[in-house]
Design a protein around this ligand. Structure first.
Ligand code: CLR
Length: 381
């Protein structure tokens, strides 16, 4: 039945929302949606999903050679997908509409050192509001690992589903014992948001994404939903091939939200059935004014407590303040300055590595370079 998960009082507003998205393509984040579908969490928090299994990230540093490093990068990458794409369903019952970050919004956090894995730090900045673009930097200094990326989305509507093309990419840099560096360009899968009609949206991944290493090793990851390779949701098949080779050295298959294994040997590859580790952030009153949880505190409280009047009043306050800022900047002939990232029109690492893998498009992309100027979070350092 249509709208079966929608509270009775919000059915007509959900129907209106669906109508708007059906005739619309571009920036979904700015559309007004009924209260039941609102999440109290801003998109600037999402880059934390990259590191909720910090020991898999740090294990990349222990690889014995290039082949092993590509396998470890792939294992870490696949193991992030459950958090990235199913965690709102687990914590809130369905996919929800995140808070739309303001320009300059920040999110800082870390995962503490444990069992010699080293501390992992996260820095996020909303580097554009229209269209929304989020830049992030995740590093484990003691292991010589750094992930720099940015994320934007292009949405469209097709036979009842929202199709989300992810724009942007990430580059993982691994310092090698001999003083050199290996780099990995990571592209992002396409999303289909199903269940809209019923008011209980969830994500399925589709198409293909790639991890191209500067060593030449390439991982090609294909995503399928129910009714393709098997009757199950969230299926993937990853092929890992040696430099220049056209056939795969390793093939892994399984479900990205539970387990997978080596297709030839049946040796387990990924297992994300055990709990993940959430990022540690400073207490709200110790945070910078621009840090996400502090900035959105009143709105988030309203959403959590079902007080949507307060939530929407507080949200308007933030939005009006933003509009005024933009007007003031225009009048003064100044521009908003990013604090922790610098925009570059070209990403030379991306451009070099996508020449090795012709399937990766586009052939050129911009990037946001981290300025390494974030103060330590909390007092555990
Ligand atoms: C952001 C980057 C993360 C992975 C990720 C997961 C969920 C995506 C999100 C990204 C972008 C915004 C998104 C969200 C799911 C729903 C939401 C597409 C890609 C849209 C804006 C909200 C749609 C509203 C419906 C739920 C009704 O690494």
């Amino acid at each position: 039945e249509a709208g079966q998960a929608v509270p009775a009082s919000q059915k007509s507003s959900w129907a209106a929302f669906i109508k708007t998205i059906a005739s619309f393509s571009g920036d979904l984040s700015s559309l007004t949606a009924p209260p039941f579908i609102l999440s109290p969490i801003s998109l600037t928090e999402f880059p934390a999903y990259w590191c909720e299994r910090p020991e898999l990230f740090s294990a990349i540093a222990d690889a014995k050679d290039e082949e092993d490093r590509s396998l470890r990068v792939l294992r870490w990458f696949i193991s992030t997908l459950k958090g990235q794409y199913t965690s709102r369903n687990e914590s809130m019952g369905s996919e929800k509409k995140p808070l739309n970050p303001v320009l300059g919004e920040l999110f800082f956090g870390y995962w503490p050192d444990k069992n010699g894995r080293g501390q992992t730090d996260l820095a996020v900045e909303q580097v554009s509001h229209h269209p929304p673009i989020t830049a992030y930097y995740i590093s484990n200094k003691s292991k010589g690992l750094a992930l720099q990326g940015h994320s934007a989305q292009k949405t469209s509507f097709s036979s009842g589903s929202i199709i989300v093309k992810q724009i942007g990419h990430a580059v993982l840099t691994v310092k090698l014992p001999d003083g050199g560096e290996e780099r990995f360009v990571i592209t992002l899968p396409k999303l289909r948001i199903d269940g809209i009609w019923y008011g209980s949206p969830y994500i399925e991944l589709t198409d293909t994404s790639y991890i191209q290493s500067s060593s030449g090793w390439l991982s090609t990851i294909e995503y399928k939903g129910r009714g393709y390779f098997s009757g199950k949701s969230h299926q993937f098949k990853a092929s890992v091939s040696a430099p220049g080779a056209s056939s795969a050295t390793h093939v892994f298959e399984g479900l990205w939200h539970t387990t997978s294994k080596d297709s030839k040997t049946n040796v387990p590859f990924t297992d994300v059935t055990c709990p993940k580790e959430e990022v540690t952030v400073a207490p709200i009153d110790a945070q910078d004014e621009w840090e996400s949880r502090r900035l959105w505190a009143a709105v988030a409280r309203g959403i959590r407590e079902g007080d949507f009047e307060t939530a929407s009043r507080e949200k308007s306050k933030i939005e009006n303040e933003q509009r005024q800022r933009r007007r003031d900047e225009q009048a003064a002939g100044t521009r908003w300055e990013l604090r922790h990232f610098r925009h570059l029109d070209n990403d030379p690492v991306y451009e070099k590595l996508v020449k090795i893998c012709k399937s990766i498009t586009p052939s050129t992309e911009d990037t946001y370079e981290f300025l390494c100027n974030v103060p330590p979070v909390g007092n555990e350092k």
